[in-house]
Ligand binder design. Structure first.
Ligand SMILES: Nc1nc2c(c(=O)[nH]1)N[C@H]1C(S)=C(S)[C@@H](COP(=O)(O)OP(=O)(O)OC[C@H]3O[C@@H](n4cnc5c(N)ncnc54)[C@H](O)[C@@H]3O)O[C@H]1N2
Ligand code: MOO
Length: 409
């Protein structure tokens, strides 16, 4: 009888981390248009203040706010119009007391003026005058120099995931390129005599390949680049050939299936042969995902993961191992979690950390987490889930109505 000696999830993660951390993280300069979902590899300081000139936030007249003290709907004050600031042009005017200049939204404020009067509260009066029907406050509708981003301030930190929002901020600084971590390249190798590819005829005993596509999308979601994917039958020689080949040109090899101890489960022995470290972990105290294998090839700086064939386990373990360890290396903030109330009692697995997929239901301002029961081979549970909860290996479980952290997926 051969039982797996299991690592805790943390031990398995730390082993991988210690090898990956020996290599310098690869970075590259990329165009801002391509930067979505990359991770920033440098702190960004503002090279200049944003805005770098005082701007109006409305269409109206740049004025001295003190001129409007006491003005209102029935008692206007009168201001002389000097002219208009053109959009995108440098201001040429100086506004003195009793004067004003027309400025469009976003235009440059003239010298002297300290506030904007919206055109809705102004009425043309004669050739060069307006009647002002509002008591305008100092700085009203004006964005000061550096009010948005002060010069030299830290705008974005290294390790920030670039969403459209951060890309907009970088664009405001006039940056056409940005230094990011290069996406680690991934090869996915799905094993199994029973696996069919989409488009092939469904036959008794066969199933369609889920893991190649699920892992592909997981990799993209977490900032990796899938370089190649292969389906290989349970033939030791064939698997060995492909592993020996891909290990030279990707950063991570994800083998799906063959992780357990069946007659045709070759992953562990092959990863032991191919890596320089031998097997780092075979068996993690986590449910699902127990038979997961890790190894590292120092010659090619390649992480080797033997993920369980069951799709729920394969996708989850990719997240817990590859994604979380790389996020730690990149110093990315942890995966977003929300608090929810447990819908029912939920037991823990004996001596294993349980990662339980849950559905979220909203009641008013609170969320309820409903466990999705199903074995880790049940694919439909993946699409129902919005997140997962972790139930500690030494915990007795979670009680109904207890508050839990839900990691969003
Ligand atoms: N005697 C034991 N049997 C099993 C154990 C054990 O400890 N002792 N562990 C079970 C657990 S837990 C898991 S998880 C699986 C792990 O299996 P393998 O990694 O060896 O994978 P396979 O046997 O090849 O496949 C398992 C299951 O997953 C399906 N599969 C595989 N690849 C795909 C794919 N690309 N797309 C969709 N589904 C896939 C496969 O058809 C099997 O149903 O072992 C248990 N057994
Ligand atoms: O890892 Mo297995 O997926 O526990 O079912």
């Amino acid at each position: 009888m051969h039982l797996l000696t299991v690592d805790t999830l943390e031990q398995a993660q730390n082993k991988i981390y210690s090898y990956l951390a020996k290599n310098e993280l690869k970075t590259e300069k990329i165009a801002l248009t391509q930067a979505f979902q990359y991770i920033l590899a440098e702190d960004i300081h503002a090279p200049f203040a944003v805005p770098h000139f005082r701007r109006s936030t409305v269409d109206g007249y740049a004025i001295h706010s003190l001129d409007t003290v006491g003005a209102g709907e029935s008692i206007p004050c009168f201001l002389k119009v000097l002219g208009a600031v053109e959009m995108g042009e440098e201001n040429r005017y100086t506004v003195k007391r009793g004067e004003c200049v027309y400025v469009p939204t976003g235009g440059m404020l003239p010298n002297g003026a300290d506030a904007m009067l919206m055109i809705e509260y102004a009425e043309k009066f004669g050739e060069n005058e307006i009647a002002c029907y509002q008591n305008v406050k100092h700085n009203q509708y004006v964005v000061d120099v550096g009010e948005d981003i002060p010069e030299k301030s830290l705008v974005l930190e290294k390790g920030t995931i670039l969403r459209p929002h951060e890309i907009g901020v970088l664009a405001s600084l006039g940056l056409a390129e940005v230094l990011v971590y290069a996406k680690p390249t991934v090869a996915i190798i799905s094993l199994g005599d029973e696996i069919l590819q989409a488009g092939e005829r469904l036959e008794a005993g066969k199933i369609y390949d889920v893991n190649t596509y699920g892992l592909y999308a997981q990799a993209v979601k977490f900032g990796f680049a899938v370089q190649e994917y292969h389906h290989v039958k349970d033939d030791r020689e064939a698997i060995c050939r492909i592993l020996e080949n891909v290990v030279h040109h990707v950063d991570i090899v994800c083998v799906s299936g063959g992780s357990s101890q069946g007659e045709k489960d070759f992953t562990a022995s092959l990863l032991a042969e191919i890596s320089t470290t031998g097997i780092l972990t075979h068996g993690i105290a986590v449910k699902p995902g127990k038979p997961t294998i890790t190894a590292y090839d120092e010659k090619n700086a390649c992480l080797l993961l033997g993920l369980p064939g069951h799709p729920v386990a394969a996708m989850l373990l990719f997240e817990l191992l590859a994604a979380q360890v790389y996020r730690k290396l990149w110093q990315v903030s942890p995966i977003v979690q929300i608090t929810a109330k447990m819908a029912c009692n939920f037991p823990s697995a004996d001596g294993r950390l349980t990662c339980q997929l849950v559905q979220l239901e909203r009641e008013g301002h609170e969320y309820t987490a409903i466990p999705i029961f199903g074995k880790s081979g049940v694919v439909s549970s993946l699409a129902k889930a919005q997140g997962y909860i972790l139930v500690g290996m030494n915990s007795e479980g979670v009680k109904k109505d207890e508050q839990v952290c839900v990691y969003l997926i």
